[in-house]
Design a protein around this ligand. Structure first.
Ligand SMILES: [Zn+2]
Length: 172
């Protein structure tokens, strides 16, 4: 299908509301999030595997961890962000690290005071921090990676505007 990765660089399609791009592509002519002129570029390495592989988790998380590197597919994308969304991402990342630091401090204080309830709070604060960091790191959300293309579920509608639809009767 579309596994001509070199010339696929500037090829993109729409598949309903999904943006279809080569799995190694540069999407930095617009802010990925809002479509405004970008000021920064961000590499995104994304892994995806067929959802059925999650069933392995029921068998054993260890087996899942051993098998998924062999069956997962990778996309390497570079996306642009405008000044506003670059700043928002930085704020999110700082808040994430702050919460992780707070969790460590809470644990220390709780241990010193022997306060069990306070100690129980630390995993929640840690989880909130890790969630923020993960969200700051993950700009692009893919639905699937297949045939050297990535199907992207989020991002500005302006990225999809004017693109040929994969299922249209006449393709450009
Ligand atoms: Zn933006």
């Amino acid at each position: 299908m579309h596994d001509d990765a070199d010339s696929a660089h500037d090829r993109a399609w729409r598949d309903g509301h999904l943006l279809v791009v080569p799995s190694h592509a540069c999407i930095d002519d617009l802010c990925f999030t809002c479509g405004a002129p970008p000021t920064t570029a961000h590499p995104q390495r994304i892994y995806w595997h067929r959802p059925a592989w999650y069933l392995l988790l029921l068998l054993s998380p260890l087996v899942y961890l051993l098998i998924t590197p062999a069956v997962r597919r990778r996309a390497e994308l570079i996306v642009g962000l405008c000044a506003r969304h670059t700043a928002a991402r930085l704020t999110q990342r700082r808040a994430g690290w702050l919460l992780i630091g707070l969790a460590a401090a809470l644990l220390k204080v709780a241990a010193m005071l022997g306060a069990v309830r306070l100690m129980l709070l630390t995993p929640l604060v840690l989880l909130a921090g890790v969630t923020l960091l993960t969200r700051a790191g993950r700009i692009v959300r893919v639905r699937s990676i297949d045939h050297a293309t990535a199907r992207i579920a989020n991002g500005s509608p302006r990225l999809r505007a004017g693109l040929p639809d994969l299922h249209a009767p006449y393709r450009q």
